[in-house]
Design a protein around this ligand. Structure first.
Ligand SMILES: NC(=O)c1ccc[n+]([C@@H]2O[C@H](COP(=O)([O-])OP(=O)(O)OC[C@H]3O[C@@H](n4cnc5c(N)ncnc54)[C@H](O)[C@@H]3O)[C@@H](O)[C@H]2O)c1
Length: 377
């Protein structure tokens, strides 16, 4: 029997971006209640955030280590933790909660190296714990529909993928990019970790294709940028299909324009995250169909995540909530002993590790003068 879970958060302090969004998304289903947090390394800020969220001060911790240990020891301790700190701290924080026997949801990129991600993957497996990596866009009903269509052969064999994710916020040197531009917090990449891992994951999720090798050209277009701000990547999949990925933070005029075009032997699919209510499908005879979320033309699996009737737009919060919908159902099932692997309908640590393997291959390709580099499994 499903019950309301208790969860905690690391990161998401005053003014933080994604922690706030996670809290709102979890609240959409009321499947879990926030009861503990280490919202900031600054304890005064942590307490302030906790007070705003009506948490008991004794569950607002001075460090993630203290939180992991004390919550694990409580009768009513958290069932899972959400980790929403800058990238370089994910590994040690997630490790601490896994070691304490607590399920983990962590934002992407899950770590700053493939080796760290593999270690977390192995630890989660060894402990029998769930580990979600919140690649938000895969949660959209329409993204799930595209995956169902493409993976079931609805457009024939995939031959070519074009995926782009341009943003424009780092186009000008006066914006220093905050922690994302600092290797100490971001890791060895900026744009590729922030945007490229989303592209890698959504294409893998929608098509089921595995990347065999990449040829990357990673640029630092704006003076003063230490890390990449514009990346062009040729992709070869294990089926022989081809892909082109472009991710950028210097595309003036672009907000958050993740766009996917998948070309198969019998049709084409077009999907854009800024218009997530619809999918365009072009059939072999050139019939153009617009599939709208909320209508019967969406697959039963994808439609199962619909919250509002057609024409009442759903968006980013709902996409994130859909990931938590499956994750919290799985945590509940783990608790009552009814969990089976086929219940997982969210990106996992395995997917997170693939993202880091992709990043490292792109880095190596760039360092080698833009040569083809295999991507580790
Ligand atoms: N899924 C998505 O679409 C998406 C979107 C944005 C950000 N993200 C990811 O979310 C993560 C956070 O990004 P953000 O934009 O929210 O950053 P942010 O700077 O807005 O927030 C980070 C928060 O973490 C806190 N923090 C830092 N180190 C901490 C520690 N050791 N213990 C406790 N708190 C700590 C900071 O005080 C701050 O409150 C990043 O990994 C980023 O890549 C994902």
């Amino acid at each position: 029997m499903s019950r309301i879970l208790n969860y905690g958060m690391v990161g998401g302090g005053p003014g933080a971006f994604i922690g706030h969004a996670h809290r709102h998304s979890v609240a959409l289903d009321e499947s879990a209640k926030l009861v503990a947090g280490c919202f900031s390394r600054d304890h005064e800020k942590c307490l302030r955030q906790g007070e705003e969220l009506h948490l008991s001060p004794d569950r607002c911790y001075t460090s993630y280590l203290e939180m992991a240990q004390k919550e694990a020891a409580r009768e009513d301790g958290i069932d899972f933790v959400t980790v929403v700190t800058p990238n370089s701290s994910h590994y040690e924080i997630c490790k601490a909660f896994l070691e304490a026997g607590i399920h983990v949801a962590c934002d992407k990129p899950v770590t700053v190296s493939f080796a760290q991600a593999q270690e977390l993957r192995d630890l989660a497996r060894e402990k029998g714990l769930l580990f979600m990596v919140t690649y938000t866009y895969t949660g959209h009903v329409t993204a799930k529909y595209v995956g169902d269509l493409v993976r079931s052969g609805g457009i024939g064999d995939v031959r070519m993928v074009m995926a782009e994710y341009p943003q424009g916020w780092l186009a000008f040197p006066e914006n220093d990019g905050g922690w994302r531009s600092d290797p100490a917090f971001s890791g060895p990449v900026n744009c590729l970790g922030d945007l490229g891992t989303h592209v890698e994951n959504i294409i893998a999720t929608m098509t089921g294709l595995k990347i065999r090798r990449v040829l990357a050209k990673m640029d630092k277009k704006v003076e003063g940028h230490i890390l990449d701000d514009n990346d062009s990547i040729l992709v070869e999949y294990d089926t022989g299909a081809s892909g082109i990925y472009w991710v950028s933070q210097i595309a003036v005029g672009s907000d958050n324009s993740l766009k996917v075009r998948i070309y198969g032997s019998r049709g084409t699919v077009l999907w854009e995250q800024e218009s997530p209510e619809k999918v365009t499908v072009i059939d072999a005879d050139k019939t153009v169909r617009e599939i709208h979320r909320g209508h019967a033309c969406v697959t039963k699996h994808a439609a199962g995540y619909t919250r509002l009737p057609a024409g009442h737009p759903e968006g980013w919060y709902e996409a994130m909530a859909n990931l938590y919908h499956s994750f919290t159902a799985c945590v509940n099932a783990k608790k009552d002993g009814t969990f089976t692997d086929d219940m997982i309908d969210f990106p996992t640590i395995e997917d997170g590790a693939h993202g880091l393997a992709f990043v490292e291959a792109c880095l190596k390709s760039t360092e080698n003068g833009n040569t083809w580099i295999p991507v580790e499994a």
